[in-house]
Design a protein around this ligand. Structure first.
Ligand code: URA
Length: 434
């Protein structure tokens, strides 16, 4: 077998076998296949696509390129949750405690932010003292004790994806359904959960801009998870404007706490309750997703979910007192305001620009090694459909560096469009694929 023949075969639109896909994944991860041949195959896949069987085989080869986590020491049906990436998406911090408060064990590995989207690990680390590098035994013991632990995904999980993703990123081959499916599902299947609830973002701030594309991606991931014997559910959700009002790290934790206190923005609350309902159902703690949602609502309104969050923060070394005084998270961060130069109704807020503004303020990193400013971010005072008068406050940028905040305001300003009529309100959950 050789790489030339594999590239040629895919270029001609033929189907690749298990052995060929394995040869490629192993060779590329191990370093015997050079970037230029891997890039050529990725581009051939981009144009020719992968059929469902090839997608499954590629996912499987990537999943076995590193450690496959064994969660059998954790009691119960372990449910994993994954979002395809959005702006202002702090739902893991809300749904994890809700699901755990309803008896579903959540042993989650999360990523850091890169580009204009944020990552759960950076958000958790904005809490003073919080550790995301728990050793394996501590991680498993914590899930057995309190039902919830979140750690950073190690480089040993699906290393093939790490290398391939970096190559896709610089060869314009990211936005292909088969490749995204294999990338996400290889990591999910290697992470050891019994069931997976996927949040597939759709809209201008997501990889999949249209509903049809998002459904294709969601179905492709559901098919792979199901073929592997795991209950897999995908929610197609709106990402045409940032989720909630806070985008950053500390300020997103503050908004997650607010949501757990029952006072969060409507979109975050609705999405979190729906996702948690499906997690509770997938974890066999409810017979239907609707009953799962009722349990989720009870956990939220009774304060049990907030209490679970406090237990979780404490268990991982963080200060649980931040739920009483969340403002401590931003401390003395500086602020710069963005005020509107127009009068009218906000018809759009481009999530991508807001995500980039937060990054410019210091919340994101351009390379994996860059330090971040946990206090940096942007808080939206208006959302789509709101009426504003010239001079009204649109948003406040937080962060330690004034120079960065000014750059962030400039980026955020172009995110807004105005009109005379409010656009039709979109539901946050567009469709559910089971
Ligand atoms: N997220 C991933 O982990 N991989 C992709 O390919 C796209 C989004």
């Amino acid at each position: 077998m050789n790489m030339y023949d594999i590239i040629y075969k895919k270029r001609e639109g033929e189907t690749l076998s298990r052995e060929e896909l394995q040869y490629f994944v192993e060779g590329y991860t191990g370093g015997s296949i050079p970037d230029y041949q891997a890039a050529a195959l990725l581009m051939a896949i981009f144009f020719r696509g992968l059929d469902p069987k090839e997608t499954f085989l590629l996912t499987d080869a990537m999943r076995h390129s590193g450690d496959v986590i064994d969660l059998s020491a954790v009691h119960g049906v372990k449910v994993d949750k994954h979002s395809t990436g959005g702006v202002g998406d702090k739902t893991t911090l809300v749904v994890g405690p809700i699901a755990a408060a309803c008896g579903v064990p959540v042993a989650k590995m999360s990523g850091r932010g890169l580009g204009f989207t944020g990552g759960t690990v950076d958000k958790m680390e904005a809490i003073p003292g919080f550790r995301t590098d728990l050793p394996r035994e501590e991680f498993l013991a914590q899930v057995n004790q309190i039902g919830l632990a979140v750690i950073g995904q190690t480089a040993k999980i699906a290393p093939a994806d790490k290398k391939l993703y970096a190559l896709r990123d610089v060869t314009a081959t990211v936005d292909n359904i088969g490749l995204i499916t294999a990338s996400i599902m290889s990591k999910k299947l290697a992470s050891g959960g019994d069931a997976i609830v996927l949040d597939v973002k759709c809209g201008k701030g997501a990889f999949m801009e249209t509903e049809d594309e998002a459904i294709l991606l969601g179905q492709s991931m559901v098919d792979i998870g199901t073929a592997d014997g795991k209950k897999t559910i995908a929610l197609i959700t709106d990402m045409n404007q940032p989720l909630g009002r806070a985008v950053g790290n500390s300020i997103e934790v503050m908004e997650a706490i607010q949501t757990l206190q029952g006072e969060g923005p409507e979109d975050i609350t609705e999405l979190s309750l729906t996702l948690a309902g499906y997690m509770i159902y997938a974890g066999d703690k409810a017979t239907t997703p609707e009953k799962g949602r009722e349990l989720a609502e009870e956990a939220l309104s009774s304060g049990r979910a907030l209490h679970k969050f406090e237990q979780f923060v404490k268990a991982q070394g963080g200060d649980p007192g931040i739920t009483k005084e969340p403002k401590r998270l931003i401390g003395e961060a500086g602020t710069t305001e963005l005020r509107t130069k127009q009068t009218g109704i906000i018809t759009g807020i481009q999530a991508r620009n807001i995500g980039m503004a937060s990054q410019h303020a210091g919340a994101g990193r351009e390379t994996k090694e860059d330090p971040i400013d946990p206090t940096a971010g942007i808080l939206l005072h208006q959302k789509v459909g709101d009426q504003v008068e010239k001079g009204d406050l649109l948003a406040v940028v937080y962060g330690a560096s004034e120079e960065k905040r000014v750059k962030a305001v400039e980026e955020a300003e172009v995110a807004y469009t105005f009109g005379t009529k409010a656009p039709e309100k979109r539901p946050i959950v567009i469709k559910v694929l089971v």
